[in-house]
Every structure is written in structure tokens, then in C-alpha cells.
Design a protein around this ligand. Structure first.
Ligand SMILES: *Cc1c(COP(=O)(O)O)cnc(C)c1O
Length: 354
């Protein structure tokens, strides 16, 4: 660290650089970033083209999108906060709640962005291992709460392993968490969930838990990962604090237009999401048949618990033109992509089965 030109906070200098899912060659399938394989929903490209006034700053709160989302959740506009991806809201909430000596608690393995949150905020990350099925152990998480805990993240379905948190489990968890601790329910994959027992952020908010903030995104089911729009729903005072830490004016007019047009195309969205969910279930079943213990898959991805062989297994997929996401020493996540990718995935998976 002595080779730095200026003094950088050591914990920041030690952070691993963000590693994007590999780009795929022309004949390869990119299944490494949980992106949507479909083109934008009907009307989206036109809406982006209609967005004008690029010499002007965008509407700071994306108020039209905010109003639309508020209506869906049955809340007033101030209960919705839009940002350039829900990941940026995670950082905002971490900064707003946690500082030196405070703790941010989450299950692990989970979303790769989580470990950076406490580091950037100057706080301390506390992790609780996933249960044997790859899901959250909410009892152990409640046990891990201390008087320094300021933010707890619950990811359902859990990226990258796939299982959901149940509504019953989440409700019970909330009764054990002090009401002055922020609980973030990260539902980036909510639209793909088919298990009726799953927690639903809208239902949690309707039941009245002012310490819960629900995160959703247009990046996954809505297929707008490249335009960067995500949102939070929750108590206006918490969202106001988050907004105070954020970089102003990050949601572009084009992104807002695209999100609005995507909401207009909900019928088509449902068709596509249903198709991906069916493809996911079929793939998971076939992978299990090939000898892999695939956990419950409720997002747009499946998890191969490859353990120490993760890198080797991912290399075998890559060789076959399938770009997947390995997590060294742990497993391999495969996103649900084009229908043509499925047979090839199963073929390779069978060859490298445990
Ligand atoms: C993809 C993802 C997000 C959302 O990312 P944005 O593109 O920033 O909206 C949030 N949480 C999890 C768990 C994800 O996998």
C-alpha cells in the first residue's frame, strides 16, 4: 500500500476491485450477471428516444416514476425513492445508518455488493452463514443482533444461491429485531418468485413496519440493467436520510422514461417472466437429475454448489461457450438466459457433476 500516490483509507485500498461478469464472445451465452435475455419491452426504445432536453439536468426525484410506483404500493409519493440502481440505495442506507463501530448484518454467501457496504461506511460487517439449503438462517441472524447493529439486509430470493425467505419466517424475524434497527428487504428478483410462501415486501409494508425498507430494481425482470434504475419503498424519514447521502441527479430522464414505459408493458413483462421461471424450474430439475444438489431456485438463476471445484467447473462451461459466474471455493451461479443455452448447460453440468 506504500505505492499509493496519496493517503487512501487502508480498508478502502484493500477492497477487491469490482469484477464484472465476463463479456461473452459472439457465439457464447452470457449467463454471468443475471441479466434479462430479452430485448427491451415494447415501447421502451421509443420512450428513450422521446426523452429530450439532454442539455438539462433530470428531475431530481424522478417524480413521475415515483408517483407511478407509489400508486402500485398504495403509498404516498414520499414513501418511494428512486436511484441509479438499487445497489446505490444500499450504499446510501449504509451511510445513513452506520458509522464507526456500528454493525451491518447480512447472511453469507449473498450478494457480492454487501461486504463493501460496511467498509465504505466505516462500519463493521457481520455475517451469518447461510443454512444448509442455501437460504438465510433468520434465527441465527436475530441472535447476531447487538446494540451496535444499525442495518440488517435480508435478500429474497438470495443471490447467488436462490432460496427465498418465507413470509412467516420474515414476520417472526421482525418480532425479534429491535424496532430502531433498519431492516432492508432486497427483492431484486421478486418478479421471478413463484413460491406462494415467499415474503412479499409490499405485504410487509402494508402491515406497518416503519423500520423495513424494500428494495426493487428495473435491472433484472424489466431488463433495464444498462439504464440503471432501482427504487426503495419505506418510511419517508429513512428514505430522506438515504437521499441526503446520495449523489444528486443520478437518475437520467432516459432511465425514468424507460422505467415508465416498462411499467406500461406489464402484460408482456408477465409473459416473459413466466417463461423464464419455467425455464429456470426445468433447468434446476435437469441439473438435479444430472447429480447436482441445486438449492430452491426462485430468482432468474441457479446455483451449483461446486465447492473447491468452482473455478474448474466454470472453466468447463466457458470452454463450451457458456459464461457463468464462479465464486471460488463455493459454487457457480448460472443465469437463466436464451432457451438455446439450456441443453448445453445440462450437457456440461452432467460431465462435471460431483
Ligand atoms: C442485481 C441486484 C441488485 C440490483 O442492482 P441494480 O442494477 O443496482 O438495481 C440488488 N440486489 C441484488 C441482490 C441483486 O442481485
Amino acid at each position: 500500500m506504500t505505492d499509493l500516490p496519496v493517503r487512501i483509507r487502508p480498508e478502502i485500498a484493500a477492497l477487491p476491485a469490482y469484477r464484472q461478469g465476463k463479456q461473452a464472445g459472439a457465439d457464447a451465452f452470457k449467463l454471468s450477471s443475471n441479466e434479462n435475455p430479452f430485448d427491451p419491452l415494447p415501447g421502451v426504445v421509443e420512450a428513450v428516444q422521446r426523452a429530450h432536453g439532454f442539455n438539462r439536468y433530470p428531475d431530481a426525484t424522478a417524480s413521475r416514476l415515483r408517483a407511478r410506483l407509489a400508486e402500485r404500493f398504495g403509498v404516498t409519493d414520499d414513501h418511494v425513492h428512486i436511484a441509479a440502481g438499487s445497489v446505490s440505495i444500499l450504499f446510501q442506507l449504509a451511510q445513513a445508518t452506520s458509522g464507526h463501530g456500528d454493525e451491518i448484518l447480512f447472511s453469507w454467501r449473498s450478494f457480492e455488493a454487501y461486504p463493501s457496504l460496511p467498509v465504505v461506511a466505516g462500519a463493521h460487517g457481520v455475517t451469518v452463514p447461510n443454512d444448509a439449503a442455501g437460504g438465510h438462517d433468520l434465527d441465527a441472524m436475530a441472535d447476531a443482533v447487538t446494540d451496535r447493529t444499525r442495518m440488517i439486509i435480508v435478500c429474497s430470493p438470495n443471490n447467488p444461491t436462490g432460496p427465498i425467505v418465507t413470509q412467516e419466517g420474515f414476520d417472526a424475524f421482525l418480532t425479534r429485531v429491535p424496532a430502531d434497527i433498519l431492516v432492508v428487504l432486497d427483492e431484486a428478483y421478486a418478479e421471478f418468485v413463484t413460491d406462494p410462501a415467499a415474503v412479499d415486501g409490499a405485504r410487509v409494508l402494508a402491515a406497518g413496519h416503519p423500520n423495513v425498507v424494500v428494495l426493487r430494481t428495473f435491472s433484472k425482470a424489466y431488463g433495464l440493467a444498462g439504464l440503471r434504475v432501482g427504487y426503495a419503498v419505506g418510511d419517508p424519514r429513512i428514505l430522506g436520510a438515504a437521499r441526503s447521502t446520495g449523489i444528486p441527479l443520478s437518475v437520467t430522464a432516459a432511465a425514468e422514461e424507460a422505467a415508465l414505459a416498462s411499467l406500461d408493458a406489464e402484460d408482456e413483462l408477465k409473459v416473459r417472466v413466466a417463461e423464464l421461471a419455467i425455464r429456470r424450474d426445468e433447468l434446476a430439475t435437469r441439473l438435479r437429475g444430472a447429480g447436482w444438489e441445486v438449492p430452491l431456485a426462485q430468482g432468474n438463476f441457479v446455483w451449483l454448489p461446486a465447492g473447491d471445484r468452482a473455478l474448474e467447473v466454470a472453466a468447463a462451461f466457458e470452454e463450451a461457450g457458456l459464461i457463468v459466474r464462479p465464486f471460488a471455493g463455493d459454487g457457480v451461479r448460472i443465469s437463466i438466459g436464451e432457451a438455446e443455452s439450456v441443453d448445453r448447460i445440462v450437457e456440461v453440468a452432467a460431465r462435471v457433476a460431483p
